[in-house]
Design a protein around this ligand. Structure first.
Ligand SMILES: [Zn+2]
Ligand SMILES: [Zn+2]
Length: 134
């Protein structure tokens, strides 16, 4: 199964290529952990020639796709008659892929729904009297 991982894109800028350890006016990199992010930001802050440090968090789906349905262990990939149909559900976490098994009624939601997920199921949106979660 996949999980959503938070990573950070960090952009360091310098006025002249000669000022930069990378000999370029702009260095863009990705870091995986808050510790790596802090190290890079501190490195930029400690560089008197560095003219700008920007960072933004991005979400990436990491891991592997599910292989079989949970109902009967049917493979989700294969010839088109046997392959699971796929849908995408937008969600507060980043979104989920829904595999609908072609051979039984089971569905696999990848990544799994977490307690703080707020998925935008189209069918739920259409129901009258639903309660909006904050
Ligand atoms: Zn199945
Ligand atoms: Zn979610």
């Amino acid at each position: 199964m996949h999980v959503w991982a938070r990573r950070w894109q960090v952009t360091l800028t310098w006025a002249r290529p000669a000022d930069s350890p990378w000999h370029t006016t702009r260095y863009v990199t990705m870091v995986d952990t808050p510790v790596q992010l802090r190290e890079l930001l501190e490195r930029g802050a400690a560089d008197p020639l560095c003219t700008g440090i920007r960072h933004e968090s991005v979400r990436e789906m990491v891991g592997t796709a599910p292989q079989v349905c949970l109902g009967g262990g049917h493979p989700l990939e294969g010839p088109s008659a046997l392959r699971a149909a796929r849908d995408w559900i937008a969600c507060s976490c980043g979104g989920h892929i829904v595999y609908r098994c072609a051979q039984c009624p089971s569905e696999v939601i990848d990544p799994v729904l977490l307690v703080d997920c707020v998925p935008a199921f189209p069918a739920t949106d259409a129901l009258p009297g639903r309660v909006d979660r904050p």
